[in-house]
Design a protein around this ligand. Structure first.
Ligand code: ADP
Ligand code: MG
Length: 250
């Protein structure tokens, strides 16, 4: 892909975040181009969640800029920020479903907030649930679903808004190994169909090597290596890259 003359969908410049003087993000720079899938990997505690949560300011960065579709997110007041957030889907490790709402209502909820009439919101929600293979479970409640199914609802909820960008924070980390593949399959289908641009934090090396246009390795709040999977998993230059390479072989 020739990215040289294209505008990035997401541009991150000099992003910094500290908790009590401990620097968790130490000047992150990153461009994400339309249609790309970037996968972020790195050891627990290196700042991956903080980085992706800073993009739509679920976590407030201390310094640096984030631009989405050319708009500076870091400069926005809350009302326009809320509008912009609806264009960025977020899939959480812990699903974050609303327990007292059924599956359909969980997915339709954000569409209703968008101002869509009930029927239209529900029609779109059913469509999104079909994409993750859960149309039949629309009237179930989250507790009645397996972890994998709950996460698929989480994906449908994000997809329903047809976001140009989706952020994924270890979407399979809370799942039993057997349930991981059903979520991975859906993610790969989204990548294949170029449904959206994706920034994914995951430790799933197999998925990463198949799906990523670019892999980013983070360590201690910095990007330590970046490149195509074929490169970084075969001839890594960083210590972290070396560790993931070994993981891919096992
Ligand atoms: P990762 O997602 O890579 O595991 P995180 O971004 O969650 O890492 O965390 C990076 C570091 O920041 C960790 O040391 C974590 O303990 C710390 N941290 C994250 N969130 C907070 C918070 N709200 N308050 C204090 N420290 C935090
Ligand atoms: Mg994390």
């Amino acid at each position: 892909m020739n990215t040289a003359e294209r505008e990035p969908l997401l541009k991150i410049e000099g992003l910094e975040k500290s908790y009590r003087k401990r620097r968790v993000l130490k000047g992150i720079n990153l461009n994400l181009f339309p249609g790309e899938t970037i996968i972020i990997m790195g050891p627990s505690g290196c700042g991956k969640s903080t980085l992706i949560r800073c993009i739509n300011r679920l976590t407030e960065p201390d310094a640096g800029q984030v631009y989405f579709e050319g708009v500076e997110v870091t400069g926005l007041a809350l009302p326009p920020l809320s509008v912009l957030r609806r264009r960025i889907g977020f899939v959480f490790q812990q699903f974050n479903l609303v327990r007292r709402l059924n599956v359909l209502e969980n997915v339709a909820f954000a569409l209703r907030i968008e101002g869509l009439p009930k029927e239209e919101a529900e029609a779109k929600a059913v469509q999104a649930l079909s994409r993750v293979g859960l149309r039949e479970r629309a009237l179930n409640y989250p507790v009645e679903l397996s972890g994998g199914e709950q996460q698929r609802v989480g994906i449908a909820r994000a997809l329903a808004l047809e976001p140009p960008l989706m952020l994924w924070d270890e979407p399979t980390a809370a799942l039993d190994p057997i349930l991981v593949s059903e979520v991975i399959e859906i993610m790969e289908e989204l990548v294949r169909s170029k449904a959206t641009t994706m920034l994914v934090v995951t430790h799933e090396v197999g998925f990463a090597s198949r799906a990523a246009d670019r892999i980013i390795f983070m360590d201690q709040g910095m990007i330590v290596e970046e490149g195509a999977p074929a490169t970084v998993f075969t001839t890594p230059t960083s210590e972290i890259g070396e560790k993931y390479k070994k993981l891919l072989k096992t």
